[in-house]
Design a protein around this ligand. Structure first.
Ligand code: 3DU
Length: 250
């Protein structure tokens, strides 16, 4: 089954649009593993995917992430997304995409500023051949993101466009399986939705701990919310995940 089908199935079954960002930190590796697994078990029925950052892979190593985290998510029929923010030349991007997909990840996050030729072309090629997903970073959620992503760029056709508008057009052209736009920017989400059309999933991080309003992001056109600290730092992660839960179709 493709990544898009897996996340849709989980979202429909669990009546949720929440992607869990599993970014726990702990100096004790075995405690980090058990805390990470506990959070997944606690909220498995209330989320539609698990996103893992490089920080967890650095702390646990590839083998442990594969055997203790990805396998557990699979047991709950939850797809996994590797937040690699790939942004290099073709051959190293290809190696990283293959490695993460070999571990069992269903999708990978990449930065479109690397461009297509000998940049992200290799990532899309590997992903397509294995029915995996590529999700492109289009507008980050942190306050500093505006300085770059909102820049007005002079386009060759003579019309000015914001950087994020150009990145959205590229995501459509490259047939990405999703784009990331911070939940802190509902107006940007609306514009991206307008440009991308109704079907391209928009993933929005930045709710809760970073101040973004989940309702405003979804009303503006986000498809999925990416939520980390507000869930895993809560004394009751299931209750917190319940509060973020919104059905895909109401
Ligand atoms: O703020 P939270 O704890 O809910 O975590 C947000 C997650 O989303 C975290 O894994 C971070 O790496 C990711 N993310 C952003 O926060 C902002 C972006 O623009 C892209 C990804």
């Amino acid at each position: 089954m493709s990544f898009e089908d897996k996340i849709l199935r989980a979202a429909e079954t669990n009546k949720t649009r929440t992607v869990l960002a599993l970014d726990l930190e702990d100096t004790d590796v075995s405690r980090l593993i058990s805390r990470s697994r506990d959070v997944i078990r606690d909220v498995a029925a209330l989320i539609c995917a698990v996103k893992i950052n490089r920080q967890l892979v650095m702390a646990l190593g590839l083998g442990v992430v594969r055997d203790s985290i990805i396998k557990l998510a699979e047991d709950f029929s939850l797809p996994t997304i590797m937040d690699a923010k790939l942004n290099d030349v073709g051959h190293t991007n290809r190696f990283m995409a293959r490695t993460y997909f070999d571990m069992g990840f269903d999708a990978i996050i990449a930065s479109p500023i690397a461009g297509w030729e000998n940049g992200l072309d290799t990532v899309f090629e590997v992903a397509k051949s294995r029915k995996k997903g590529v999700i492109l970073l289009t507008y980050m959620s942190n306050p500093g993101a505006e300085a770059f992503y909102s820049l007005m760029a002079a386009h060759t056709d003579g019309h000015g466009k914001r950087v994020f508008e150009i990145l959205t057009d590229l995501a459509v052209e490259w047939k990405a399986q999703g784009i990331i736009v911070g939940a802190t920017q509902p107006r940007v989400i609306s514009r991206v939705r307008q440009l991308a059309g109704p079907n391209l999933p928009i993933y929005s991080p930045g709710v809760g701990a970073q101040g973004g309003d989940p309702g405003a992001a979804l009303d503006a056109g986000s498809t999925y919310l990416i939520v980390g600290r507000s869930i895993y730092n809560s004394s009751d992660p299931a209750k917190a995940a319940m509060e973020f839960r919104r059905p895909l179709r109401s």
